[in-house]
Design a protein around this ligand. Structure first.
Ligand code: AMP
Length: 235
């Protein structure tokens, strides 16, 4: 049994970065933390998929790169994130999911945060590669409410219908085995060094075992945030 923790509202998380390979559960955990801390989730993957849906020039480029498991150029992603930061809901912090994914993005983010009152907290979620493949190829999500399912480990009650919205679930075009291997390569070449950057550059950093039930992962992240917490009075 997990021990009860202090209320989330007793401490401010500030900007929280969820790091980790494709399929470790960044999106699922970001949504849970967002509800708890009342700060928004900023998923660069979701923002790019929105652009793709709206057929903007960025969306068309992203479509091509995403389908190959490659990254969208840093300056375009940074600019998209800069636009998102202008929204007033980011004032008390946010959970970044899928960003930064390169050293260049991490350094850009550092520059943006120089004037920020709260230091960033980076949480790396770790899951073995074989488990990740099953998570990716079994993943389905609801296009209406964003709930994420898995046909192997967290199936919907009715075949491929959302438990909450009752509409058909969708599989991401890049959640195939072939694209997964490309995404893992991209992760190892570009994103693994971002994790080392946060581990070694004095940021508040924690590592969490993502190969546990969802509730337990959330609990472990909360414990990590609490240990690295920043009290409002400390400012
Ligand atoms: P995700 O939903 O986080 O798995 O991202 C899906 C795809 O969107 C990735 O495989 C990349 O092609 C693209 N993408 C998402 N975030 C970034 C980022 N921070 N930098 C570059 N490309 C990104």
């Amino acid at each position: 049994m997990s021990k009860p923790l202090p209320n989330a509202s007793d401490f401010l998380p500030g900007p929280v970065l969820l790091l980790g390979a494709p399929g470790v559960g960044k999106g699922t955990q970001a949504k849970r933390l967002m509800d708890e801390f009342n700060i928004p989730q900023i998923s660069t993957g979701d923002l790019l998929r929105e652009h793709r849906k709206n057929r903007t020039p960025l969306g068309m480029l992203a479509d091509e790169l995403m389908s190959k498991g490659q990254l969208v150029p840093d300056d375009l992603v940074n600019q998209m994130v800069a636009e998102r930061f202008k929204q007033p809901d980011t004032e008390h912090g946010y959970i970044l999911d899928g960003f930064p994914r390169t050293l260049n993005q991490a350094e850009w983010l550092d520059q943006q945060l120089v004037a920020y009152m709260l230091p960033v907290v980076a949480v790396n979620i770790v899951v073995g590669e074989r488990e990740l493949l099953e998570r990716i190829t079994g993943r389905l999500s609801c296009p209406v409410c964003g709930t994420i399912y898995n046909i192997y480990s967290k199936p919907p009650k009715n075949d491929r219908l959302c438990d909450l919205e009752n509409n058909p679930l969708e599989q991401r075009a890049d959640d195939t085995e072939a694209v997964f291997h490309e995404r893992m390569k991209t992760f190892q070449v570009k994103t693994a060094e971002v994790i080392e950057y946060y581990r070694t550059h004095g940021a508040r950093f924690a590592e969490v075992d993502g190969d546990q039930p969802e509730d337990q992962v959330t609990y472990s992240i909360r414990v990590a945030l609490l240990k690295l917490r920043h009290h409002p009075e400390a400012q």
